[in-house]
Design a protein around this ligand. Structure first.
Ligand code: PLP
Length: 387
């Protein structure tokens, strides 16, 4: 491992060397997933053609309240495709929060554009619109709003800045399936948005992603770039350098089955967050909550300890009890490839060093939550005795 935490977002419990009784995440595949996948195998439609792809795209668009959806093979390429679709490239700048999963910044870098980092708000943990405003330059081509851990960004403020400066607004909704801002699902506020269906996301296809938009031209461009830039009216004729970012019918089959249970998953995660909040209320930890007129989908239910120095001992204590947790993401501006320029983003750093993601999967039982909560209580009562 090169630096601490590298790759921690993308590791499911069964890949890890430690055995945890309670993993931080685990997909629930107990609906129609197996039946639909068997249908792919029996019919031999296992590649990127088949009925599940268009059905998944259609149902997904409906769920997210958008007009168009394009299925792709993961969330990182969904972001890259969104940026390419907007024509973002070398010489451009895209404003992005430093406190995010690394794929958001990397997708910008893949296009040859420069990610310009902004700080986070201390309450919502989302990108600070005032800092966005300060970072706009004549080279700014877009603002990438990442709805981190499932709490929506301040979309009124970000939309206003984007239209004032005539720049694109891109939404990274990888962690925000089921999240709403003023009653509307995220992903429809900007010009274009990306979702991820990695194994630990709120709905999963194993690996998969979606690009969504309400703009027909952007939809057609995204579909064009996704499928090798194939021209519409001539076979094997390509008029742009495209990509193979296609989703398979098998993944779409799993996705469709997951979508059927989306409301159930989201309700369960919100209930878990409520229980954690109630049962940790008497401890010196802060459970990430909802601020403003939003619905937090709690992709990862997260807490902040008071002092950064308590964070890793608490995680170690939980690990000893067989409970897997995660540190929050390291701010991107602290990583070697983005740290060349001296930058400080004090809120992003403070939140990152004090934050922990707790087990957040919908199948978690009340008994398991009780065990997690009592292990946290145990940590603080021991700390009280030794202090
Ligand atoms: C998971 C995630 C991605 C990338 O999705 P993959 O499907 O893992 O490629 C991008 N952005 C954020 C904020 C994520 O959490």
């Amino acid at each position: 491992m090169l630096y601490p935490g590298a790759g921690s977002d993308c590791r499911l419990a069964h890949d890890s060397m430690t055995t945890y009784h309670i993993p931080v995440y685990q997909p629930d595949l107990s609906g129609n997933e197996k039946r639909y996948v068997l249908e792919c195998l029996d019919s031999t439609w296992i590649s990127s053609k088949g009925r599940f792809i268009s059905e998944f795209e259609g149902r997904f668009a409906e769920f997210a309240g958008v007009t168009y959806a394009v299925g792709v093979c993961n969330g990182t390429v969904a972001l890259h495709l969104a940026l390419v679709t907007l024509g973002i490239g070398p010489g451009d700048e895209v404003i992005v929060p430093s406190l995010t999963y690394i794929a958001a910044a990397n997708a910008i870098a893949y296009t040859g554009a420069t990610p310009v980092f902004v700080d986070s708000l201390p309450d919502t943990w989302q990108m600070d619109p005032a800092d966005v405003r300060r970072k706009v330059t004549p080279r700014t081509k877009g603002i990438m709003a990442v709805h981190l851990y499932g709490h929506p960004c301040d979309m009124d403020a970000l939309s206003a800045i984007a239209s004032e400066h005539d720049v694109f607004l891109i939404e990274d909704c990888a962690e925000a399936f089921g999240s709403r801002y003023k009653g509307r699902h995220v992903g429809s506020f900007g010009d274009i948005a990306a979702f991820s269906f990695f194994g630990n996301k709120t709905i999963t296809t194993g690996e998969g992603g979606m690009v969504v938009t309400n703009d027909k031209t952007l939809f057609e461009r995204a579909r064009h770039f996704k499928g090798q830039g194939l021209a519409a009216h001539r076979e094997y004729w390509h008029d742009v350098i495209g990509y193979n970012y296609r989703l398979t019918n098998i993944c779409a089959a799993i996705g469709l089955a997951q979508l059927e249970r989306a409301d159930e998953f989201i309700a369960k995660k919100r209930q878990l967050a409520k229980i954690y909040r109630e049962q940790l209320a008497d401890l010196p930890v802060e459970v990430h909550g909802e601020f403003g007129e939003v619905t937090h989908s709690y992709w990862m239910i997260s807490i902040l300890v008071k002092k950064a120095a308590e964070r890793d001992p608490l995680r170690a204590h939980l690990a000893k009890s067989g409970i897997e947790t995660r540190p929050l993401f390291y701010p991107a501006h602290t990583m070697p490839m983005y740290a060349a320029r001296y930058q400080r983003h004090p809120h992003a750093e403070d939140i990152a060093w004090r934050g922990i993601n707790l087990p957040s999967w919908p199948g978690l039982t009340l008994k398991q939550v009780k065990d997690i909560v009592s292990a946290i209580h145990d940590f603080f009562s021991q700390a009280g005795k030794t202090a």
